[in-house]
Design a binder for this molecule. Sequence first.
Ligand SMILES: [Zn+2]
Length: 65
Amino acid sequence: MRIPMLRDDMYCPKCEKTIKRERIAEVNLTMKEKFNSNNLEKGLCPVCGTRLFDLSKKEAKKDED
Ligand SMILES: [Zn+2]
């Protein structure tokens, strides 16, 4: 059986860290409150500012091919 929600994660290639899509809103709020940062809203890593890799897009591209 498949667990589709795991594919929607965002990944930072610099931190080698995955942020679950379902947690992004929550993490974004924390970042805003603590560091006045909206990096996540722009698709950037809240830690290092590197553009996050969208794992769901990778999946879609692979599907096309
Ligand atoms: Zn990062």
